[in-house]
Design a protein around this ligand. Structure first.
Ligand code: SAM
Ligand code: SF4
Length: 459
């Protein structure tokens, strides 16, 4: 009988991808992924370390799993508990000490070793020397991608994630990613094309290329030369243009410094590339950007936006923002509000600065009081809501290309995403997850839109 594997995924889309790949690694060992934790034989908590709150969640969650494990053991069984991802990478030793009931702690570059680690845990259990977590957090010299299986064990549904790049060499002073994910690595184009073939064969209709710095991708092409992301997108689009003309593409997350002309040109003429870009800026003040080590000024960002809008006039932009970075004054924060208005973001994700141990930001003087960061966050969020409301209202009466992906809150309602990555709610008894249809927008609000199906044929 198949053993059941429950994976709880926290954090970014890269973690969603990693969770799927961990399931692929464990499938040959007889583990089938389940969405219900109750009957799991193994649980993997795939963690996020980006902000303090995200990291702290892991320890409270582990408390529940300890109780489940002990209950299973009392019945003569067991639940294998693994902690994976960025908290495992950054705080592996502390995890093993603080939560000794955890069987495996697997860093972000080591999860291809799961079968071997499980076998070690099993041997320890048989010998009665279990009870201490096995720690695998070294950065192996070769890429984990070379050791992951080809097979996709569970079809991803309408949207497929494909990691093309990992890690970061940018060292923004607030960010843990360069430490938890390691140095920048670009997968070769041939491996990406093969993985795209497999995803398309499962029936996905949208593929998101992923990387912590996805547009810094510079993988080796089949011609032995270094390719850029713009070229990769063009090749991917052409590869499926005849067989799957409706496939749509996006990429995330990008750094403003890496938006080269080839990539911007792709927004003008790669037919399947969605008119949407998530391009974090973090702050609008040049002195804050400098202290963050972002390597660009506000004006550089606006120039990129201008070029993107020339290439693709209807492009929808979203961004990430941090309020209360050390030393940020009221005047600095005003610059953030200014650039948000100037760049006319269609959506945005804003966070209060979270002091992360080990980053240069954590050692900086002039930390901003929490109340000030919160107040700025609220002001920024209000502005971002206004702008997304404007963008969404301007879509009223338009027909958007919507891919339906999950159930809505009301019965008979589904949520789909437009080509601009807006969430669209439609109630229609005929509608199914995976439908891709033109939808007429009947209402545009700050966080979502309402729509009606126009006709039942592919967009
Ligand atoms: N690589 C992307 C970039 O260049 O901006 C972002 C990756 S990070 C996983 C996602 C977002 O988390 C960042 O854009 C930033 O806004 C936020 N973030 C990262 N570290 C943070 C911190 N210490 N405090 C608050 N927000 C943070
Ligand atoms: Fe973190 Fe900066 Fe790298 Fe983005 S570019 S992952 S924010 S260090």
């Amino acid at each position: 009988m198949a053993k059941k594997l429950f994976i709880k995924t926290h954090g970014c889309q890269m973690n969603v991808y990693d969770s799927a790949r961990m399931a692929d690694v464990l499938a040959p060992l007889g583990y089938a992924r389940t969405e219900t934790p109750d009957d799991a034989d193994m649980v993997i908590i795939n963690t996020c370390h980006i902000r303090e709150k995200a990291a702290e969640k892991v320890f409270s969650e582990l408390g529940h799993w300890r109780i489940r494990k002990h209950a299973a053991q009392a019945r003569g069984g067991d639940v294998t508990i693994a902690v994976a991802g960025c908290v495992a990478q950054a705080e592996g030793k502390e995890l093993v000490n603080r939560a000794p009931f955890v069987d495996l702690v697997v860093g972000s570059q080591a999860y291809h070793q799961l079968p071997e680690l499980l076998a070690r845990a099993e041997r320890a259990r048989v010998k009665g020397t279990g009870g201490r977590g096995i720690l695998a957090t070294d950065f192996p010299p070769d890429s984990k991608f070379d050791h992951l299986p080809d097979e996709i064990s569970v079809a991803p549904g309408p949207v497929g994630y494909l990691a093309v790049q990992e890690g970061c060499d940018k060292f923004c002073t607030f960010c843990v990613v360069p430490y938890t994910r390691g140095a920048e690595y670009s997968r070769p184009a041939a491996a990406i094309l093969r993985e795209a073939d497999r995803l398309v064969a499962t029936g996905v209709q949208e593929i998101a290329l992923l990387g912590q710095n996805v547009n810094a991708w510079h993988g080796e092409g089949p011609d032995g030369k270094s390719w850029s992301l713009g070229r990769l997108l063009r090749v991917l689009n052409d590869r499926f243009a005849k067989t799957h003309p409706h496939l749509r593409w996006r990429y995330t997350t990008s750094h403003p410094r890496e938006m080269d002309d080839e990539l911007i040109a792709a927004h003008a003429d790669v037919a399947g590339l969605m008119p949407f870009l998530h391009l974090p800026i973090q702050a609008g003040s040049d002195s804050v950007l400098k202290a963050m080590n972002r390597g660009h000024r506000a004006e550089d960002y606006l120039r990129v936006v201008e070029k993107l809008r020339v290439a693709r006039p209807d492009i929808a932009l979203s961004g990430d923002f941090i309020t209360g970075f050390p030393g940020e004054s009221d005047a600095d924060f005003e610059q953030t509000l200014k650039i948000v208005r100037e760049a006319r973001f269609a959506a945005g994700y804003s966070f209060k600065y979270s002091n992360r141990p080990g980053t240069p930001g954590s050692l900086m003087g002039r930390q901003v009081p929490d109340a000030v960061s919160s107040e700025r966050l609220h002001a920024l969020q209000a502005l971002l809501q206004d702008l997304s409301g404007d963008f969404n209202r301007a879509c009223e009466g338009r027909e958007l290309d919507v891919l339906f992906q999950k159930p809505g809150r009301q019965s008979g309602q589904l949520i789909g995403y437009s080509q601009y990555m807006q969430a669209i709610y439609v109630a229609d008894p005929m509608l199914k997850i995976g439908d891709r249809l033109p939808v007429t927008i009947t209402g545009g609000y700050a966080n979502s839109l309402a729509g009606e199906i126009v006709r039942r044929e592919a967009a």
